[in-house]
Structure formats: structure tokens, C-alpha cells
Ligand binder design. Structure first.
Ligand SMILES: *[C@@H]1O[C@H](CO)[C@@H](O)[C@H](O)[C@H]1NC(C)=O
Ligand SMILES: *[C@@H]1O[C@H](CO)[C@@H](O)[C@H](O)[C@H]1NC(C)=O
Length: 261
């Protein structure tokens, strides 16, 4: 039975080959795999969710509150798999290539600004327990996680951070976290392997309620007026990077789990 099927497949293949000019790639013969019904549905969700993720990364999606329910599996697979690690690494590599082109004055005025959450630190353990962004954001429960001070480093960001220090950049950390979270944030950064930043900037009383893009622009603007040149900025949110007093080069780290305006 099996050998007869094999022979007829072979026959079809030879027939196909005969009708195909030898200069054409063989792969053409296999370009239309027969998907079963269930595979097709999975494929369509996958296709939709990949397109959705690209729209989110490019900011074409604008502001959004929760990930589409049908994309939870894809976002989980992306965040936990090799792709997120590879995407983050290639961005760190481009950041490093750019950083090496900067002429460092040597007076400490050459600055690089890092966001913290999903940039230097990864809250993936928290989001894994909360549907990868498919649940509504719960500030109290997230703050409890922050208080643990156990978020791991994003490996690509940690090596970039150290390389930038070696190159002579002055590092500023600009986060949407509040001033009352300063101690746990410092503790977590040290735990994850970060050290020797110039300044950790958190939201103080006057920043409460401001959109992140305004708060962060204002603080970058202050740095500029203090004589710093902001060469590079790394963040997982467009609101880390856009606005005013923007860096010469901005590097967007992927984040398909949440959006901050
Ligand atoms: C990033 O750079 C390192 C060191 O040059 C290299 O080994 C690695 O393959 C690069 N990663 C990517 C994703 O290009
Ligand atoms: C934060 O740490 C400093 C010393 O490192 C301490 O004096 C201060 O009380 C702490 N603040 C809070 C809110 O725990």
C-alpha cells in the first residue's frame, strides 16, 4: 500500500519535473501545502495577530487598552520565545552601532536616556500571570509586583547599558514609576545587574496625572537645559521617545502587551 503510494508520488513528481524547466526552483512544486480546516483557522489568527503586532510596534494602532483576546497565545509565544529576545538584541546592536559613532566630549555631557519597565527590566513574570496584557491593567496588583523588586533584566538592554558606560555615556533613567517607588526601583535595578546611573528620574507630585509623553519630554528638556546632549533614548513605548527634546536617535523596544500614552 505504502510503497504503491510512494511510487505514484514519485511518478507525479517526475511528471511535474518534466513539465518544469530545470532552471526553475524545485520549491515551486511545494508552494501550496494543503492546510486542514483547523490549521487554517490557526493560521488566520496567526496572520491577523502578526499584522496587529506590527501595527502596534509602528504606532499605527495608536492608543489601545488590551490585546485582542484571539492574540493572547501569539503574544505569549512571542514574549517567551526566541523572537522577542532576537528582536531586542538586534535593536541593542543598532543602538550600539550608533553609540560608537558619537564623539564623546569627555566632560560627562553626552547622555543616553533609558526607560525602565520593559526596557531595562522585564515584568514578564507578572504579565505571564495576568494574561499577557489581555486582562485590564490593575495598578494595585502591579504595584505589589513592583514592591517585590524581582524583575529580571532584559539581557540585550543590560549588555547595551554596560557598553554605553564603557563608551563614556552618562546614563539617565526616566521612568513613569512614582517617587514613592524610588527605593524598590533602585533595589530592583541593582538586583538585575544595573549600577552607576547618573540619575533616576521618577514622577513627583507635580507630574501625577500628566501623560507620559509630556512628563518625559519635560524631563528631557530639563536635562538639555542643564547642558546634556541626549544622543540616544531607549524605550518600549512611543511616549518614551516622542514629544519634544527628543534624542538624536530613538530606539523602540518591542512591547505587544500594553500601551502607555
Ligand atoms: C548582535 O551583535 C552580536 C555581537 O556582535 C552578535 O553576536 C549577534 O549575533 C547580534 N545579534 C543580532 C540579532 O544581530
Ligand atoms: C529609602 O531608602 C533610604 C536610604 O537608602 C531611607 O533613608 C528611606 O527611608 C527609604 N524610604 C522609604 C520610603 O522606604
Amino acid at each position: 500500500m505504502a510503497s504503491r503510494r510512494f511510487l505514484s508520488s514519485l511518478f507525479l513528481l517526475l511528471l511535474n519535473l518534466a513539465s518544469t524547466s530545470l532552471s526553475e526552483p524545485l520549491i515551486r512544486l511545494y508552494s501550496k501545502p494543503p492546510f486542514s480546516g483547523s490549521r487554517k483557522v490557526l493560521k488566520d489568527d496567526g496572520l491577523y495577530c502578526e499584522s496587529w503586532r506590527l501595527a502596534v510596534e509602528t504606532n499605527n494602532a495608536g492608543s489601545w487598552a488590551q490585546i485582542p483576546q484571539r492574540c493572547e497565545q501569539l503574544v505569549a509565544a512571542y514574549m517567551k520565545g526566541d523572537r522577542y529576545a532576537s528582536d531586542s538584541e538586534i535593536i541593542a546592536n543598532y543602538s550600539s552601532e550608533f553609540a560608537k559613532t558619537v564623539e564623546i566630549a569627555g566632560d560627562g555631557s553626552d547622555a543616553w536616556v533609558f526607560d525602565i519597565d520593559e526596557t531595562l527590566l522585564s515584568n514578564l513574570p507578572y504579565y505571564e500571570a495576568h494574561g499577557f496584557g489581555s486582562e485590564a491593567f490593575n495598578e494595585n496588583s502591579f504595584d505589589e509586583w513592583v514592591d517585590l523588586a524581582e524583575a529580571p533584566a532584559l539581557p540585550a538592554s543590560l549588555s547595551l547599558y554596560k557598553e554605553l558606560q564603557q563608551l563614556g555615556f552618562t546614563i539617565f533613567l526616566l521612568t513613569g514609576r512614582s517617587e514613592h517607588q524610588r527605593n524598590v526601583t533602585e533595589k530592583n535595578l541593582l538586583y538585575a545587574g544595573y549600577s552607576d546611573w547618573e540619575r533616576l528620574i521618577l514622577r513627583d507630585a507635580t507630574d501625577q496625572g500628566k501623560p507620559a509623553i509630556v512628563y518625559k519630554s519635560e524631563r528631557r528638556s530639563e536635562l538639555e537645559s542643564q547642558g546634556y546632549t541626549i544622543h540616544g533614548s531607549s524605550g518600549d513605548q512611543w511616549s518614551d521617545l516622542l514629544g519634544f527634546a527628543i534624542a538624536k536617535r530613538s530606539f523602540k523596544i518591542p512591547n505587544p502587551m500594553y500601551y502607555i500614552s
